[in-house]
Design a protein around this ligand. Structure first.
Ligand code: FE
Length: 172
C-alpha cells in the first residue's frame, strides 16, 4: 500500500477511536496537535511530526514503545526532520519534567501515569544528553502541542486536510 493510504487507513481505523485515558480520541488528539502546530506557524515537517506523533498508538504499540516504533514505521517515507521529533516526543516529556518547574504538575492524569512506565523524569545527565540531540527542540515543540491537544470542545480538521502537506514530504 502506498504510504499516504496506509497512514489514512490508520486515522480511519479502530485505533484512532481509542481514548487512552484522555477526554478525546487518539485520532482527534493527533489532528488537534497537527492543527496547533500549523496555527503556530511551524514548518511543514514539524506540522507533520505533530500530526503523526502518536502513529505508534494507532498501530497499537505500548506506551513506552510508541515513539520509537512510530518513528521506525514512518521512516519508510519520511526523513529525520519528521521522524526524530516523533521518536523523541516521549523523551521530551521526561526532559521537561526534569528541567521545567511546574511542567509535571500541569500534565494530564494519564500522562503522569504513563510517565512512570516511560522511565520517569530524566536525570540531569540524561537531560544534557537530550538537549544535545539534533531534533531536541522540535521534539519539545511537538510535546507542548501534544499536551495541549486534548480539548473535547475543539473539532480539528479531517485527515484529508493534511494530505497535501504530507505528500510534499514523502518519498514515493
Ligand atoms: Fe500524544
Amino acid at each position: 500500500m502506498m504510504g499516504l493510504a496506509a497512514i489514512a487507513e490508520l486515522f480511519a481505523g479502530p485505533g484512532a477511536r481509542d481514548y487512552l485515558g484522555e477526554p478525546v480520541t487518539i485520532g482527534i488528539h493527533m489532528r488537534q496537535a497537527g492543527a496547533l502546530a500549523a496555527a503556530a506557524g511551524a514548518g511543514r515537517p514539524l506540522v507533520a511530526a505533530a500530526l503523526l506523533h502518536d502513529i505508534g498508538h494507532l498501530r497499537r504499540e505500548t506506551d513506552s514503545r510508541h515513539g520509537d516504533a512510530g518513528a521506525q514505521w514512518l521512516s519508510q517515507w519520511f526523513g529525520a526532520e519528521v521522524t526524530e521529533p516523533v521518536r523523541l516526543h516521549v523523551a521530551a516529556k521526561r526532559y521537561l519534567c526534569a528541567t521545567e518547574p511546574g511542567y509535571l504538575e500541569q500534565l494530564s492524569a494519564e500522562s503522569v501515569r504513563t510517565l512512570a512506565l516511560q522511565g520517569g523524569p530524566m536525570t540531569a545527565e540524561q537531560a544534557a544528553g537530550f538537549e544535545a540531540l539534533p531534533f531536541a527542540a522540535d521534539a519539545v515543540a511537538v510535546r507542548r502541542w501534544d499536551d495541549e491537544a486534548k480539548d473535547p470542545e475543539v473539532t480539528p480538521p479531517d485527515f484529508a486536510h493534511f494530505e497535501a502537506l504530507l505528500k510534499t514530504l514523502m518519498r514515493s
